[in-house]
Design a protein around this ligand. Structure first.
Ligand code: ATP
Ligand SMILES: Nc1nc2c(ncn2[C@@H]2O[C@H](COP(=O)(O)O)[C@@H](O)[C@H]2O)c(=O)[nH]1
Length: 215
């Protein structure tokens, strides 16, 4: 689904955060948004988790060991970082700064801890969306049908689902992910509306002046 063009006026880049309990569908939805929208760039996280079948280093994640992760954290290389399900995850600063300064919006697939940390440093540019599954049973079904984690890992993620869901009210928007096309369209609507916010369109004053002056 191609996203509509809204970039006629220069504007500040958005930091678009998508969080959910594990298995609700945020990675699938983020990939759809990225495919449809050339103005959106993914923040590729670093993690100490082992790659799942098919995951590519540098594309899905930067897969690093714990020593390297802790060294990067120590030297301030992360915008935010957190321990999630016994693994470390972090957002490398450099790529986000580069994407924002080249006029892209940046998409973050991160948990509530990361969303809170980004909120402390980038409130005005941050848009936070929480994805909910239609039900707990459906969440479990999705984790099983993804078929990429052991039964123990799925059970551990389900055991954390309620506490992750409890953060839903910290988000600007909540999308119930019943059906992928519908959820993708809802996320695109949020992106379009946020991009059109007057306060983000830094070139608007000059455009209005040009319209008034007839130039
Ligand atoms: N609306 C939907 N209807 C049916 N299946 C879905 C839907 N959304 C996602 N799925 C499926 O659910 C599974 C989990 O999705 P996904 O990996 O995107 O979840 P996630 O929220 O990113 O999980 P994690 O936090 O563990 O990375 C995948 O197999 C995906 O294809
Ligand atoms: N705080 C952060 N959370 C992150 C980051 N990258 C991913 N995540 C979240 O971790 C869980 C598990 O992801 P999985 O790929 O192992 O299933 C999920 O909620 C992700 O959103 C990050 O850089 N920081």
């Amino acid at each position: 689904m191609k996203s509509p063009a809204v970039n006629r006026i220069p504007r500040r880049g958005l930091m678009f955060v998508v969080s959910s309990p594990s298995g609700a569908g945020k990675t699938t939805l983020c990939n759809r948004l990225l495919q449809a929208d050339p103005d959106l760039s993914l923040s590729v996280s670093a993690t100490t988790r082992k790659p799942r079948p098919g995951e590519r280093d540098g594309v899905d994640y930067h897969f690093i060991d714990q020593d390297e992760f802790l060294r990067m954290r120590e030297t301030g290389a992360f915008l935010e970082s957190a321990k999630v399900f016994d693994n470390y995850y972090g957002t490398p600063k450099a790529q986000v700064e580069e994407a924002l300064s080249s006029g892209k919006d940046v998409l973050f697939d991160i948990d509530w801890q990361g969303a809170q940390q980004l909120g402390e440093i980038a409130r005005d540019d941050l848009v936070k969306v929480f994805i909910l599954p239609p039900s707990r049973d459906e969440l479990e079904r999705r984790l099983h049908t993804r078929a990429q984690d052991s039964a123990e890992v799925v059970a551990a993620r389900m055991a954390k689902a309620d506490s992750e869901i409890s953060h839903w009210a910290e988000y600007d928007y909540v999308v119930l992910n019943y059906e992928l096309d519908e959820s993708e369209a809802l996320l695109q609507s949020i992106l379009v509306a946020e991009r059109l916010k007057r306060t983000r369109q830094i070139g608007l004053g000059a455009k209005v002046k040009a319209i008034i002056e007839g130039s």
